[in-house]
Design a protein around this ligand. Structure first.
Ligand SMILES: C[S@@+](CC[C@H](N)C(=O)[O-])C[C@H]1O[C@@H](n2cnc3c(N)ncnc32)[C@H](O)[C@@H]1O
Length: 309
């Protein structure tokens, strides 16, 4: 059958004119068409099949649902047939109720996203959001990071060092565990991070040359040191003038099990002690604040402390 005949046949029925008119504003699922026309699914599906066969309508699958829309490439006779169908639908008795239903359906669709965000307002940062992670935020922030030379003291296997190495000029990761250093170095090699160097050493007296780095990071490492003040003084020495120290650590807590469970030397650090040590080492522009609090007991809090040489 020619496409013109198919189109004429497709439009020779009042229900199909109604469907074409409903699809004028937006694509609709079978359920939505059912709701707008108050017709059963099998009837709607038969009509949609004929309209699709004529090329006036197209469909796409999304999960378990099928959406229909007017063929955006319809031109010439097909485009005229569509306009004719829309005009014809307006003469039908059901037209006004179809359009009222359509308006309600489209409004509800728009509101659905807002309903979700309204529901989570105030706790949005605590609920799961597809694709949203601190790791992704980390990468975003790194894009605005200058190409610094960084020393990551008590680096562990290099979770942070690896991230930084993707952006920084050089990262020196220092740890006193031989196994960790070997593992971190092998991983850096595997990931082809030539500017990430692991060194075995103590963070209280790290194997890093004086006045050689722009940034010293101590992330969850200082509470392992016998003498945290000594580590901070060493950090000052290895920084270039104007360089920065950044400390992430646990605030003072009473969770005694941390000694055994995590091998912690200190049960967190007091903000006042950190301030005193930073000042004694010579740091200026000291800034200390609590930046995170865990929801689960024992409610560990994280301190971020910084200073400039
Ligand atoms: C809790 S992990 C933190 C690792 C990493 N900085 C992070 O934030 O994911 C502490 C690390 O410090 C290292 N460490 C503990 N005492 C140290 C010391 N005196 N000198 C150097 N590294 C030390 C441990 O081997 C461990 O890898």
């Amino acid at each position: 059958m020619s496409s013109t005949l198919k189109s004429l046949r497709a439009l020779s029925d009042a229900t199909r004119l109604r469907i074409v008119a409903l699809l004028e504003k937006d694509e609709l699922s079978v359920n939505e068409l059912q709701e707008a026309t108050r017709m059963g699914q099998s009837r709607i599906s038969t009509h949609l099949g004929l309209l699709q066969d004529s090329g006036l309508v197209q469909s796409r699958r999304e999960g378990k649902r099928t959406f229909y829309k007017l063929n955006p490439h319809a031109n010439g006779a097909a485009a005229e047939f569509i306009q004719l169908a829309i005009r014809g639908a307006k003469e039908l008795q059901e037209h006004s109720s179809d359009q009222i239903n359509l308006k309600r359906i489209l409004n509800r669709r728009r509101e659905q996203a807002q309903v979700y965000f309204n529901q989570v307002a105030g706790r949005f940062d605590r609920v799961y959001g597809p694709g949203r992670s601190w790791q992704a935020f980390g990468h975003l922030l790194l894009r605005v990071f200058p190409p610094l030379v960084v020393a990551d003291l008590g680096s562990g296997e290099g979770l942070l060092s690896e991230l930084l190495a993707r952006r920084c000029k050089k990262v020196i990761a220092v740890d006193n565990s031989e196994k960790i250093v070997a593992f971190g170095a092998a991983k850096a090699k595997k990931n082809n991070l030539k500017n990430l160097e692991f060194r075995l050493g103590d963070l209280q007296n790290p194997p890093v040359e004086p006045d050689s780095v722009d940034l010293v990071i101590l992330s969850q490492a200082l509470h392992h040191a016998e003498e945290p003040a000594k580590a901070i003084a060493s950090a000052f020495r290895m920084l270039k003038p104007g360089g920065q120290i950044m400390i992430l650590d646990l605030a003072r807590h009473n969770f005694e099990e941390a000694h055994e469970l995590y091998g912690d030397r200190w049960l967190g650090l007091a903000e006042s002690d950190l301030h005193r040590w930073l000042e004694a080492a010579g740091f200026k522009k000291i800034d200390i604040s609590i930046v995170a609090r865990e929801e689960q007991p024992p409610h560990f809090e994280t301190i971020l402390a910084s200073g400039q040489k």
